[in-house]
Design a protein around this ligand. Sequence first.
Ligand SMILES: Cc1cc2nc3c(=O)[nH]c(=O)nc-3n(C[C@H](O)[C@H](O)[C@H](O)COP(=O)(O)O)c2cc1C
Length: 337
Amino acid sequence: MRKMRALAEMKCDAVLKIGNYTLPNNLIVAPMAGVTDRPFRELCLRYGAGMAVSEMMSSNPKVWNTSKSLQRMVHEGESGIRSVQIAGADPDLMAQAAQVSVENGAQIIDINMGCPAKKVNKKLAGSALLQRPDIIEQILKAVVNAVEVPVTLKTRTGWDTDNKNCVEVAKMAEQCGIQALALHGRTRACMYKGEAEYDSIRAVKQAISIPVIANGDIDSPEKAKLVLDYTGADALMIGRPAQGRPWIFNQIQHFLQTGEHLPPLPVEEVQDILIGHVQALHEFYGEFLGPRIARKHVGWYLKEHDSEGEFRRIFNAIEDAKQQIDVLRNYFYTTSI
Ligand SMILES: Cc1cc2nc3c(=O)[nH]c(=O)nc-3n(C[C@H](O)[C@H](O)[C@H](O)COP(=O)(O)O)c2cc1C
């Protein structure tokens, strides 16, 4: 037990290096399409994340001209170390997407081999690639050779429970020059069901020497410590638990360093963060799309306090940016959360 504790203490103090980049800490925001846009990433970095991976960008150049892609593609001027995720199944197109991302400001390229979405998998991209290690190898080599910056890989434990090949994929990744591997402790068949398992992450950590980043259901400081202790991973990646709670990174970091919990955030601070986030979304996406995108985030922030969804129904009917802010201010003024 004492040995385990010492290991966790060492882990949270040990710096995580990805190529030439040293992260300020070992907590990483997971890429989430439709969630981890620039405003959300900036917020997580401000509240303690060591790095935030961008939403995935398709390697298909035909979709690069859509407004959604254009907004995702520009990374110049962003805070922190800019890791940009690319998705696709064609090695040449993936190499080209990596080069374009670097031209647009990416400092690290992350390859998506974990996405379970049908839309992505039917083109053999994302986690579907786990069925084709031959193509994985071609993609990894092509991308690593195409760019000067470090390349990382994010994947799942396998296609399904009978075909868990993450150790094989991890060894291949290391041989191909991948510089860190993030592993979500579920198979593709699991989608997001059940609980993430950490035995596979532990096995991968023991099999390779590049940094291993554990991911899946790390939703509290205690869970973070448990996963670090159990897997021996070098870092943690957090996705859904940060939705509506970007300060979770500070809470986890503090607990890993001191063994103590930070006090809950004062309501005034939650209000400031939420309203600031919504304003940033209005600014980033504009007056039409901004209020629409803000709805899901507000729902996440307030889900525990508005369990009947009463406020949410009112909020979701509002289309005007300024009115959204007024209604939120009034909510905090009249409700003690
Ligand atoms: C809405 C949503 C979008 C996601 N988009 C991506 C993505 O674009 N690329 C990717 O590698 N993983 C994606 N994921 C998976 C997450 O990065 C992460 O692996 C998964 O949510 C498990 O971590 P968590 O339990 O901390 O959420 C997505 C997950 C969610 C919920």
